[in-house]
Write a protein that binds this ligand. Structure first.
Ligand code: XMP
Length: 516
């Protein structure tokens, strides 16, 4: 892999993504790794990311100079560039002149790194210190008002660096520079493609699983679907998928799993109808956290029972179910490795907490992938668009979109309103601009309305369309008024119990995306 050493800025993951967009596989590693640890991974190249520190700050992370003698191509970016310059004997100075945002650089010599670049360009910078003198053996490629050395390279040792951020879209030629580093500087080939990811994961799954049996909980979401499809491609009927219908799904979703997913993959599917069980467990409960805990607990119970049945049924073939598929994604892996003790805002629900007497070894074929890469793999595996481009939907489902007690009647009502919202947003071509649009039923609120000749006394639903990159932050989506108008008219006409449609115009923070 190409290893991106994370110096603590939010840019490391972005750099890793950009490298992958250049069809080269990359991973993020912490800056606390020693040179030996880095070299043990046999990296094809190393990129040192930006970071919030000044190289002069107490306890500022440093680079072990031995990294540069290892014969591995290295690119330093921003802080990584300065740390590199310092480690190799160049001078870094506090100029007092901050460069932030769009900055003009001159490129007197393009070298390898800036091949194909114009002699002047606009780039995105964010730094206080600057490299004043390049280390011995380096050519200065670029300069700016605040950075006497804004980019350098030592072609023979395959060491490169730039003060600006090539990974952000505000550096229009940034991706080009990254690709110069990868293809020309490090001599890598762009062969990391969805097709190759599938082939590689299939091999790995086969190696891990052997002739063991595997079980997977399908939620209808893209992650579990793609993970299951990969495992099915690898080991076929050794996999049994379990789909728990907890009754908190949206209109058409059970069919999407039971019909479309099975048709596309040929997977063996066990459907468990647990609607009554979930409704029973949720009766009388209004507290959001309690709902989440109940749904999580019931899910594990049902899944556990299903797993036992699959084990019992498979007994005839003499193989045990030893493996459980999980759709863990790369950002989860990086974040839990970072372990910065993020506050528990909401207890998220997935199949993590299985009981001890059901011990499974995990199969996690998406562990190295970002969401958009999961989608590309899904398409490669022939999954339908409706599954691959599905917007995020929470594990506890509509259970946390009914404010108040969850009942069968309220679920039907919300399902109807939600289906209209989704249909209209799709018709307006907004599916990929809107990250997701929860429709929330304020079940305990009633307001007076008038419809036809009569007074109504119905419930409001809230539309919560948001835009987001990763659900960590979000903004309310500026859905065109005409679309909102159509939505409102249709919902109030077609769902008689709803006489008011309101729009949530809160960003995250302070609001979360879901209401509970
Ligand atoms: P919040 O409401 O925390 O949601 O801003 C962020 C994203 O996570 C989804 N979400 C969940 N997903 N299990 C999930 O799998 C959950 O318990 C859960 N709760 C929220 C939410 O839809 C949004 O995309």
């Amino acid at each position: 892999p190409v290893l991106v050493v994370d110096f603590g800025a939010q840019y490391a993951q972005l750099i890793a993504r950009r490298v992958r967009e250049a069809n080269v596989y990359s991973e993020v590693v912490p800056h606390t790794w020693t040179t030996e640890q880095i070299l043990e991974r046999d990296p094809a190249a190393v990129i040192l990311s930006g970071g919030p520190s000044s190289v002069y700050a107490d306890g500022a992370p440093t680079v072990d100079p031995s990294l540069f003698d290892a014969g591995v191509p290295v690119l330093g970016i921003c802080y990584g560039f300065q740390a590199m310059a310092q480690a190799l004997g160049g001078t870094v100075a506090q100029t007092g002149q901050r460069e932030y945002g769009g900055t003009h650089v001159e490129v007197p010599e393009s070298g390898v790194l800036l091949t194909g670049s114009p002699t002047e360009q606009s780039v995105w910078m964010s730094h206080g210190d600057a490299v004043h003198e390049a280390p011995d053996g380096f050519h200065v490629l670029a300069t700016s008002a605040g950075s006497p050395v804004a980019a350098f390279e030592d072609r023979d040792r395959r060491l490169f660096g730039m003060q600006w951020h090539p990974e952000v879209k505000h550096s229009p030629l940034g991706q080009h520079a990254l690709e110069n580093f990868l293809y020309r500087g490090a001599g890598l080939r762009p062969d990391w493609t969805p097709g190759n990811v599938v082939a590689e994961q299939v091999d790995r799954i086969r190696a891990q699983v052997g002739d063991g049996r595997v079980i997977c909980a399908l939620s209808g979401g893209v992650d579990s679907a793609v993970a299951a499809a990969l495992v099915q491609r690898a080991v076929g009927d050794q996999l049994t998928c379990v789909f728990v219908d907890h009754g908190l799904l949206r209109q058409g979703e059970p069919e999407q799993v039971e019909r479309d997913f099975v048709a596309a993959t040929g997977v063996v599917l066990k459907v468990v109808d647990a609607r009554e069980q979930f409704l029973g467990a949720l009766a009388g409960v209004t507290d959001p956290e309690e709902k989440r805990k109940i749904i999580g607990r019931e899910f594990i119970r049902v899944f556990e029972q299903a797993a036992r049945e699959v084990v019992a049924e498979s007994g005839a073939h003499g193989e045990e179910v030893r493996f459980l598929v999980q759709g863990t994604l790369y950002p989860d892996v990086v974040e839990s490795g970072g372990g910065e003790g993020a506050a528990n805002i909401k207890s998220h629900h997935n199949v993590g907490g299985l009981p001890d007497d059901l011990q499974f070894e995990l199969v996690e074929p998406l562990r190295t992938l970002f969401k958009d890469e999961v989608r590309a793999v899904g398409l490669e595996l022939g999954l339908p668009d409706a599954i691959v481009w599905r917007q995020p939907f929470p594990g506890p489902g509509l259970g946390i979109r009914i404010i108040g007690e969850v009942t069968g009647e309220r679920l039907d009502l919300l399902r109807a309103a939600d289906a209209i919202a989704r249909e209209e947003l799709t018709r307006a071509g907004l599916d990929r601009t809107v990250w997701q649009c929860p429709v929330v039923l304020l079940a305990d609120v009633r307001s007076v309305g008038v419809q036809g000749d009569g007074r109504t006394y119905g419930h409001p639903v809230v539309l919560r369309p948001v835009t987001s990159e990763d659900a960590m932050t979000a903004d309310w989506a500026r859905v065109p008024y005409e679309v909102l108008a159509r939505l409102s008219t249709r919902i109030t006409n077609e769902v008689p119990e709803v006489n008011r449609v309101v729009l949530d115009v809160t960003s995250k923070p302070p609001g979360t995306i879901e209401w509970e």
